[in-house]
Design a binder for this molecule. Structure first.
Ligand code: HAM
Length: 425
């Protein structure tokens, strides 16, 4: 029979790689506690309209990349392509913002779905970690979320990071700039790629981050949004930049950075790594002061970011970073024949109840083959149980790293293993 494979662009994650995921998740959860963020879990499936209105119907994500289908009730549903819209929906639905509401700081982990052409670092199902803050337009919060993104990547040992920073204005200054950009770029329409020619009228800012060389050349002399901000946006951006400077977060002012989602206002940022290929963004985000009311809530300022876990793992591997991963079981119990299974199974239970990581061989094999299995598991000790051991209650404990062995009475085995395990830390 033909075997059924996973869907293209979607990956299984399991041992030993899963340990890297756990390491990242645990480290992030601890940092979220320190920074005062709480977790939010929203559904993977949302009404399509949420993303059309939230992410924007001129974006590549909404136009080309969504997994959209009708459910059995003929309602259009979409597998979330990103996390922000769902979090905003939830915040609005549960009346969490508005006058008198506390400053909200959420974080999430989750699978996202985009029908993109799979390549290294670009999947159709991928995992994001993200944060979203609601209820203030303080530039310190923009600086805080950038600080978090940078800190998390640093804590994973990543180097050669570039924090790209820009401001893309607000509904007051962007329309004025838009006309300027259209005028400048229209005069150079011939050098733009087909897609950018189309974008020119709909979303001229997207032309700025097009990777096609002729588009980049056309843009190089163009006016930039960040140089045309209204006084409110300029003041805000100046304060973000100053706050980042105060805490020593390095950044590169990147005037062409616009981001691929329509909800951003003011601050936009991305962190890239030199250790990735073409898909070099480890994370990105920005301020979105209008999305809450566009999705039916009260006017509420917001800012956040998301980072791609798969890309972070690629960067960790390509930089050859050694993380301190979950420990393998401490003990592998080896019954030498079926006659010792019952005794071994009871010992296994006793060790586990005492918090000692233990596994037991459940097939009859030659001793040498059992030791190979213990090695594969990475166990530190093997407890060998033959008929002599059962009768004498004196168990043979082999230290698999020191290559030594001792006889330990069954009454002392727990304290012996605990003291040895503690000593190895
Ligand atoms: P985004 O830039 O579209 O932003 O995605 C954030 C990160 O998700 C990217 O930097 C990348 O690491 C990862 N990512 C995106 N697409 C893929 C893919 N196809 N395969 C693998 N990884 C991918 C957002 O999603 C916004 N919601 C971020 C945000 C939160 N802005 C404000 N709050």
């Amino acid at each position: 029979m033909d075997k059924i494979t996973a869907v293209k662009g979607m990956e299984d994650i399991f041992y030993p790689d899963i340990r890297v995921w756990h390491y990242i998740e645990n480290m992030i959860r601890e940092q979220m506690r320190i920074f005062g963020y709480t977790e939010i879990r929203t559904p993977i499936l949302e009404k399509t309209e949420l993303f059309v209105r939230g992410v924007g119907n001129t974006t590549d994500i909404v136009k080309k990349e969504m997994y959209t289908f009708n459910d059995k009730g003929e309602r259009s549903m979409t597998m979330r392509p990103e996390g922000t819209a769902g979090v905003v929906r939830s915040v609005v639905e549960h009346n969490m913002t508005g006058a008198g509401a506390p400053f909200l700081k959420f974080y999430y982990f989750g699978q996202m779905y985009r029908y993109e052409r799979p390549q290294k670092g670009r999947l159709r199902q991928f995992n994001q970690f993200g944060v979203e803050c609601f209820g203030t337009d303080s530039p310190y919060v923009d600086a805080e979320v950038i600080q978090i993104l940078y800190l998390l990547l640093k804590k994973l040992g990543l180097s050669d990071l570039d924090v790209k920073l820009n401001s893309i204005g607000c509904p007051e200054c962007r329309p004025i700039f838009r006309e300027k950009a259209i005028a400048y770029l229209s005069a150079r329409k011939e050098s733009l790629c087909a897609e950018c020619r189309e974008r020119l009228e709909i979303n001229p800012l997207r032309v700025y981050d097009c990777k096609v060389p002729s588009c980049a050349a056309a843009v190089s002399g163009a006016p930039f949004m960040v140089d045309n901000l209204c006084s409110g946006c300029a003041d805000h951006f100046g304060k973000v930049v100053a706050a980042l400077g105060d805490v020593g977060i390095p950044y590169t002012l990147t005037k062409t950075l616009v981001r691929g989602l329509d909800y951003y206002t003011r601050t936009a940022f991305e962190v890239t790594s030199k250790h990735l290929g073409a898909q070099d963004a480890l994370g990105g985000g920005g301020r979105y002061d209008n999305l809450v009311d566009e999705l039916g809530g009260p006017k509420t300022s917001a800012v956040g970011f998301a980072m791609g876990i798969e890309r972070i793992i690629i960067a960790i591997k390509s930089q050859n970073i050694k993380l301190e991963l979950e420990k393998p079981p401490d003990v592998y119990i080896i019954p030498l024949s079926a006659g010792e299974f019952d005794y071994s199974f009871k010992l296994l239970w006793d060790l586990r109840l005492e918090g000692i990581g233990a596994q037991m061989a459940v097939a009859e094999k030659k001793a040498g083959s059992h030791f190979k299995d213990a090695d594969k598991l990475g166990a530190r000790f093997a407890v060998v149980i033959g008929s002599d051991e059962v009768t004498s209650e004196n168990l043979t404990v082999k230290d698999l790293t020191a290559h030594s062995q001792e006889k330990i009475s069954s009454g002392n085995i727990v304290s012996y293993l605990k003291s040895k395990a503690a000593g190895s830390n």
